[in-house]
Design a protein around this ligand. Sequence first.
Ligand code: ZN
Length: 298
Amino acid sequence: MKLVVFKRRADAGRSATGYRIGALLDDGRIADLTPEFLGSGLSHADILKCWDLALDFLTPAQRAISDGSAVIIERSDVSIEAPVPRPGKLICVGLNYRDHAEESGMAIPASPIIFSKFSTSVIGPEAAIELPVGSSEVDYEAELAVVIGRYGRNIPAGDAMAYVFGYTNINDVSARDMQFADGQWQRGKSCDTFAPMGEFIATADEIADPHGLRISFRLNGETLQDSNTKQMIFQIPELIEFISRTITLEPGDVIATGTPPGVGFARTPKVFLRSGDVSEVEIEGLGVLRNPVIQRWM
Ligand code: ZN
């Protein structure tokens, strides 16, 4: 199932109670599954951190779609939000594609390089990436994001995929000037709007092999990254084992698994995001994550 978190246009601007959960149908419309979700004992607030409990609601949700009882909403009547609007942890993996490590002039890492983005950087599809005052080198990174569905610590690689709820697109937007001036990456990676995500979570059963997906990035329609997730140095089970050895993973945590070659700062000439640009991340089976870019003035 392709799960979306959305608000009805009529509810726009309201707090967390405005969030609803639905399935993106093949015809582009949305089946509102909020009643089925709430019927399984969850609250509106749970929609934002539900990804372990949601497994219990998928069957009634599928039934509601099949038997026609789910309310179907036109896409133009909703705003689709990030599928995990405020992840408990947004964990990123640096230099996890062999070619990207090479283009960055960095050695191939011997173990995963882990860093984080603050969860307030998350925005949904079609929301604007805002270029902050103080940076003129804002870059893009198309990445496959893994949404965790169960609590776990010390998860062996052999069991790790059972902890994956699903997958979505993420853009690990990065202010390179801040990132490199600071000597560590937190500020340049965590600016507001720097983690566009979505537009849906494909539940794990939808993606037969997450290590065989075409992944690309387009800027104003021009393809600047075009690779395949099979190029990852550390695959998802190894990443989950490595992270959970010391950090508890919780439902709704998101792991961005690294970006392939072609990022802007490594190009000749360099390419950075400019106001008016349109950014698109596309991963096979996960749709397109599209975001306009605007300049922020204060
Ligand atoms: Zn990244």
